[in-house]
Design a protein. Structure first.
Length: 195
């Protein structure tokens, strides 16, 4: 069910992306005109918006690549054939919330267990949970938070909240809403923002 929803969301995103790329500049101009803020405030708000989207997407891609590399490396160490292919698949699946790369390494650990290779199964399970799984929780707040200039705890909470409310799109939407809130708050509370 999660994979089916992911595919639908992915193709819907591609469909909408076409129109956003085609009509994006016009939409930005209309939104700028509609906002009841000064030019300086609008500039700061749009700058923050762009920075957060770029940082979130870049953070997701970097985390997925690292998880795929780590997964492929442990597969190679354990002697699983086509480790590079499995690593690439783990990188793509890392974009799925909750399960992600576990869709690849969990069946491999179960396979080892059923074949009586208990040590390999335990190594792969512990590595999958403690290394591959935790990369997401540790690196994402650091990567996204550094570029968006938001505290790590806020990035983590907004990402998890975004995932809970919006599914896969919450990776971007959660931190984006948090950053826009903080940016808007800053516009009205800082002395230079009120000009």
């Amino acid at each position: 069910q999660g994979t089916f929803q992911f595919l639908i969301s992915f193709f819907l995103m591609l469909y909408l992306l076409f129109f956003l790329i085609r009509d994006g500049r016009d939409l930005v101009v209309r939104i700028r005109r509609a906002l009841p803020l000064s030019d300086n405030q609008k500039r700061r708000l749009f700058s923050k918006f762009t920075r957060v989207v770029r940082a979130t997407v870049k953070g997701n891609i970097v985390v997925a690549a690292i998880q795929g590399f780590l997964g492929g490396a442990i597969f190679a160490v354990l002697g699983i054939p086509a480790a590079a292919l499995w690593g690439v698949l783990m990188a793509f699946l890392s974009l799925l919330p909750a399960v992600g790369a576990g869709l690849i390494w969990t069946p491999a650990a179960l396979y080892f267990l059923m074949k009586g290779m208990v040590l390999q199964s335990v190594i792969l399970t512990l590595y999958g949970i403690l290394v591959i799984g935790l990369v997401d929780n540790i690196l994402r707040p650091i990567l996204v938070g550094r570029d968006t200039k938001m505290p790590d705890y806020l990035v983590l909470i907004s990402t998890l909240g975004g995932l809970a409310l919006f599914g896969l799109n919450g990776f971007v939407i959660g931190p984006l809403i948090a950053a826009l809130f903080m940016s808007t708050w800053g516009l009205f509370t800082s002395p230079e923002g009120n000009r």
